[in-house]
Design a binder for this molecule. Structure first.
Ligand code: FE
Length: 425
C-alpha cells in the first residue's frame, strides 16, 4: 500500500473541481485507489508515504485523437482546408516512413512529447503502412504509456491514386492484431477506418465485423468539414446523413466502443444517434480552427450527456500541449456564446474533458476516485503563482490558462513514477 499526500485536484463531474488541500490518496499494489481523504488514512504509520508537499496533483491527461505519423507536419499547411490539406500534407508525409531510422526518430520525439505533456493515455490513428505501425506498437509498449493504436484503412479513392488495395489493407490489420493485441495491458488495437470518403463499402463492413470478432474498439472521423460531408452524401445516396453510413456497416457504437473525431456538422438525427449508441466524440478545437472546419456544438453534446474528450488531432492540430487544447476548447465555446448565446465551457469542464471525459474510454482513469488507477501528474506553480496568495482553484485555473510542460514535475502510472522514455536509435 502506498499513500500519496498533496494538493489533490480532479473533476468527478464537469461542473466543479474536487479539491483536497493536503489530502491523501491511498493506492493498493495494483495501482488502484482504495481511498481518498482529507484526514490521514488508517495504517499510514506503516505505509510508504510519498509527500508532494505544496505541489498540485492532478489526473493524467487523455488525448482522444491524434495521428502519430503526421507529427512532422505540426504547424504546417493551415492555409488549406481539410481535403486540400490531406492532399498536400497528410498524404505526402507517409513517404518519410520508408526509412526505418527516420521512423524511429519521429516516433521517439512524439512519445517523449506525449510523456512530457502528461498525456498518459492516447487514441492514435496509425499509418497506412504495416512496418510503420509495427514499429510504433513496439515503441509504445516500451514507453509504459497507455494507448489504442490501429492501422489506418484508406482503400477508396475515385482516381485510385496512391491508395492501398482492400485485400492488402485487411491483411496488414490482421497481421498487427495477431501480433500485438493482448501483448500488453496498456497498448491495444483499435479498428481504424480512415473516414467514409476514404473507405470502400467492403472495408467498412469488414471493420465492423473485426471489431465484433475480436472485441476491439473502433475510431474514425465524422462531419468534420462541409466539403467532406457533401462528398459522403453524394456517394452514399441511400443514407440520409453521414453517421448513417457508419451505422449501415455496423461500426457506430452500441456493442463496439467507438470514438468519432470532430462531429462539427452533425444533424439533429446524428446527435441523437451519437447519444443513443454511446459513441464518444473527440473534440479537436485546434484542428477545427486551423483548417477552418468550424465550431463543434460542444454545449449541446454535454447537455445531452454525450461522451466527449479532447483530441489534439496532431497534426491538423498544432500541439500536444493539453492545457493549450483546453484553452482552445474554451475560446471556441466563447465564440459560440457570442454568436449563439450558448453557455461557454468553464475551466472545470475543460479540465474534465482532458481527464475523466476522454479517460473513461480507457476505463477507470482520469479521476481520483475509489477504484480508479492512480495515473497522475505532479504540477508545480509558475514563478508568480508560487509566491502565494492564490487559492488552489485559482492555481489550477492559472495552470490551465498559462501552464506548460515545464511545470509537470513527475508522472505516475498505476502508482509508480514513469520516467522519460528513452529509445536507442
Ligand atoms: Fe483526425
Amino acid at each position: 500500500m502506498k499513500v500519496f499526500k498533496g494538493n489533490m485536484i480532479y473533476t468527478k463531474e464537469p461542473k466543479r473541481f474536487e479539491i483536497l488541500e493536503q489530502g491523501y490518496v491511498t493506492v493498493d499494489d495494483t495501482g488502484r485507489i482504495v481511498s481518498v481523504s482529507k484526514e490521514a488514512p488508517e495504517g499510514i504509520e506503516t505505509a510508504h508515504v510519498v509527500d508532494f508537499e505544496n505541489h498540485m496533483v492532478i489526473p493524467g491527461f487523455t488525448d482522444l485523437h491524434l495521428h502519430p505519423n503526421q507529427y512532422p507536419n505540426d504547424g504546417l499547411g493551415y492555409n488549406y482546408e481539410l481535403m486540400e490539406w490531406i492532399e498536400n500534407y497528410a498524404t505526402p508525409v507517409n513517404g518519410l516512413y520508408k526509412n526505418e531510422q527516420i521512423t524511429r526518430r519521429i516516433f521517439s520525439a512524439l512519445i517523449e512529447d506525449l510523456w512530457r505533456y502528461g498525456i498518459l493515455h492516447s487514441v492514435q490513428f496509425g499509418a497506412l503502412d504495416l512496418r510503420t505501425n509495427d514499429i510504433l506498437f513496439e515503441m509504445m509498449i516500451d514507453s509504459g504509456l497507455y494507448c489504442y493504436l490501429g492501422k489506418n484503412h484508406t482503400d477508396y479513392k475515385k482516381d485510385r491514386h496512391e491508395v492501398e488495395t482492400t485485400q492488402e489493407s485487411m491483411r496488414c490489420a490482421q497481421y498487427l492484431i495477431d501480433k500485438w493485441e493482448g501483448k500488453s495491458p496498456r497498448v491495444h488495437y483499435i479498428m481504424t477506418p480512415s473516414f467514409a470518403p476514404g473507405c470502400t463499402e467492403e472495408m467498412m463492413k469488414w471493420c465492423g465485423e473485426m471489431s465484433r470478432k475480436y472485441k476491439l474498439p473502433l475510431q474514425s472521423h465524422l462531419d468534420e468539414n462541409k466539403k467532406e460531408v457533401g462528398m459522403v452524401l453524394d456517394r452514399f445516396t441511400d443514407c440520409k446523413n453521414y453517421a448513417q453510413v457508419y451505422q449501415k456497416y455496423h461500426m457506430f457504437g452500441n456493442d463496439i466502443k467507438t470514438v468519432m473525431a470532430h462531429c462539427v456538422y452533425t444533424t439533429e438525427d446524428e446527435i441523437q444517434a451519437l447519444r443513443y449508441a454511446g459513441v464518444y466524440v473527440a473534440h479537436c478545437p485546434h484542428s477545427n480552427c486551423n483548417l477552418g472546419s468550424g465550431i463543434m456544438p460542444l454545449r449541446r453534446y454535454l447537455d445531452m450527456g454525450i461522451k466527449v474528450g479532447l483530441g489534439s488531432d496532431i497534426s491538423a492540430g498544432h500541439t500536444l500541449n493539453m492545457m493549450d487544447n483546453m484553452r482552445s476548447a474554451m475560446e471556441m465555446s466563447k465564440v459560440l456564446y457570442v454568436e449563439e448565446g450558448e453557455m461557454p465551457l468553464s475551466t472545470s469542464e475543460a479540465f474534465y474533458l482532458a481527464t475523466k471525459g476522454g479517460g473513461s474510454f480507457f476505463g477507470e482513469v482520469g479521476s481520483f476516485e475509489r477504484g480508479y488507477l492512480f495515473n497522475a501528474l505532479v504540477v508545480e506553480d509558475d514563478a508568480v503563482a508560487s509566491i502565494g496568495g492564490h487559492t488552489l482553484e485559482e492555481r489550477i485555473e492559472r495552470f490551465i490558462y498559462n501552464g506548460d510542460d515545464r511545470q509537470i514535475k513527475q508522472r505516475f502510472v498505476e502508482g509508480k513514477e514513469l520516467k522519460k522514455p528513452v529509445f536507442e536509435i
